[in-house]
Design a protein around this ligand. Structure first.
Ligand code: NG1
Ligand code: ZN
Length: 551
């Protein structure tokens, strides 16, 4: 039973940010931190309802604004299995938040809440205890917003709340999933912790190296990790100082690790900065051309790699390059294990993937490729439903690999029969553990890349030279109303404004290997224009011509 008197009191006290329009986008709610009190309050309640709906399972809530500037913050809900909030619940999140934001009194909010509870047939009189896992990134505004979020959880809903403190977004996803697995196993009932996360991934990394009986050293002399001055810094250090971590300390250096200086977060560093500007982040000067570099974003769910060649030329190894590296490696293992006809491997991309990468995967690796709309939930879904090994990465570095139930069964049975190429089978088995199965994870992806490079004895240059990116450009265009830009064909073609696509097609036809598409951003009030073509000297002109059509 809900104690409405208490709820009303907390509502008046907490919902201070009024008349703000909230929208639950691909990355949850995200805006200036000072405008988030109300939506934190309602998101806390929605997470409770989600848990009640799911028989009290742990539901995760993460407070983060990822790669956004330090003044921003945000919140998103995670399903019991570590995936993103069920799409049909996103409108509820918005209705509840916007009712609280625009309502003139508590009764209006109460009516909306009641409607939702009845619509979803959520039983409040039962003995179900809602379980919630909360985590936050390193932002200064987060502890306050956490109090807004959890204010009703214990007092009104008698929930059990597991507060992880400061963690990366993928850690929150992983621990939510693990908490439910532990509950299901009953018995031990030990609460899942951050330590479980480190042990699991370090364990898989070490097992992979042991399988090959190779020394636990990186294939590059030195790796520099740019932590974007976010939560990735301290979490990385916990991993690197863990007793099980055996890579020599002189091989890895963490930079931009000042997560305690708020305004440095994502400032001239991090994955988004490096990908967008195609240059080294603040704090790095090329030390040697055989070093490998990587950058996380502010909440460590994205990673991009890069290196500098002997002519001081910067080379980006982005999400597309990570996908292709994994596709090459895992296809080879499948072949060695003679499983290429029983297990289906595929790569999932968005329209932002470089055309060269798609061509390379299809024609050199001979591996199927799917294209989905922007937003990891679309990629994740395609990877999980179409393939036994579904590799997905957005060009910006967010992604992972999903291994199907069938994959695990086949590998287990082949291993138990101890026939065929045991090394390849063990590699596939270890690799499926090394990659975070719940969500894209900078830390786990990084370990998987390092292991792949070490096993394949590849230097950054070898990885890069598999294919050459077509020259490309991504620009933003501010328009009066971006909602008129409606797309079809996985966002690759415009349906509206009527006639615009035909004009775009005429421009594209003028440029050899030209490809361009226009879509409204889901996270910013802007239209994004992407263009690529063979000749870099024509790229600016190509892109400008499209921009002129859009303006
Ligand atoms: P929008 O703003 O819808 O283009 C951006 C990124 C996505 C994804 C989301 C969520 C690009 C071109 N778009 O989406 O890949 O990461 O933010 O954070 O990078
Ligand atoms: Zn992020």
């Amino acid at each position: 039973k809900i104690d409405y008197e208490q709820l009303s009191e907390l509502y008046d006290k907490t919902c201070r940010t009024k008349n703000v329009q909230y929208s639950y986008g691909t990355a949850g709610f995200r805006t200036l931190a000072k405008n988030l009190d109300t939506v934190m309050f309602t998101t806390g309640i929605l997470a409770i309802l989600r848990s009640l709906k799911l028989q009290g399972q742990y539901v995760g809530v993460m407070i983060t604004a990822s790669h956004n500037p330090y003044q921003d913050n945000g919140v998103k809900i995670v399903e019991p299995d570590g995936s993103m909030l069920l799409a049909t619940w996103e409108p509820y999140a918005m209705q509840l938040a916007n009712t609280a934001s625009f309502a003139s009194n508590f009764e209006e909010f109460r009516a909306e809440l009641t409607r939702l509870i009845e619509h979803e047939k959520i039983g409040l009189d039962t003995s179900i205890v809602p379980h919630i896992v909360v985590g936050r990134d390193s932002r200064e505004s987060s502890p306050y917003l956490l109090r807004c979020l959890t204010s009703t959880m214990v007092s009104v809903f008698h929930a059990q709340v597991l507060d992880l403190g400061c963690v990366t977004t993928p850690q929150l996803h992983y621990i939510t999933d693990l908490s439910n697995k532990r509950e299901r196993e009953g018995g031990s009932a030990e609460v899942a912790t951050e330590q479980d996360y480190y042990s699991f991934f370090i364990g898989a990394f070490n097992e992979l190296f042991s399988t090959y009986e190779i020394e636990k050293r990186l294939s590059v002399p030195r790796l520099f990790i740019d932590a974007a001055n976010g939560i990735g810094g301290p979490q990385l250090k916990k991993l690197l100082t863990s007793k099980d971590w055996v890579v020599p300390p002189d091989q890895i250096e963490v930079i931009n690790d000042k997560s305690d200086v708020p305004e440095l977060l994502n400032f001239e560093c991090g994955a988004d900065y490096v990908k967008t500007n195609q240059r080294l982040p603040k704090g790095l000067s090329p030390s040697s051309h055989d070093s490998l570099y990587c950058s996380f974003d502010g909440d460590a769910d994205r990673v991009v790699f890069y290196y500098v060649d002997s002519e001081s030329q910067f080379h980006l190894l982005d999400g597309d390059k990570i996908s292709t590296l994994f596709a090459k490696f895992l296809s080879k293992q499948l072949e060695l294990a003679h499983l290429e006809n029983s297990l289906r491997i595929g790569v999932v991309q968005t329209a932002y993937a470089n055309g060269s990468s798609t061509n390379y995967i299809e024609n050199t690796l001979r591996c199927p490729v799917s294209c989905t709309k922007t937003g990891v939930k679309h990629l994740h879904h395609e990877a999980a439903t179409q393939y036994d090994i579904g590799i997905y990465f957005e060009a910006n570095g967010h992604g992972t690999i999903i291994f199907s139930e069938k994959f695990h069964q086949v590998i287990k049975s082949e291993l138990s029969r101890a026939r065929g190429d045991m090394l390849a089978l063990k590699t596939l088995d270890c690799f499926s553990k090394l990659i975070n199965q719940t969500v894209g994870d900078a830390l786990s992806d990084m370990l998987a890349v390092l292991a792949t490079l070490a096993i394949m004895k590849m230097a950054p240059m070898d990885w890069d030279k598999e294919y050459t990116d077509l020259p490309n450009k991504l620009v933003k265009c501010i328009v009066p109303d971006r909602s008129i830009f409606q797309t079809i064909d996985q966002e690759r073609k415009l349906q509206n404004p009527v006639g615009l696509q035909a004009k775009i097609d005429l421009v594209i036809a003028k440029y050899p290997m030209g490809r361009s598409f226009v879509r409204a951003s889901g996270t910013e009030d802007a239209v994004r224009i992407y263009a690529e073509c063979q000749d870099s000297s024509q790229l600016d002109q190509f892109c400008n011509e499209i921009v002129e059509l859009v303006k």
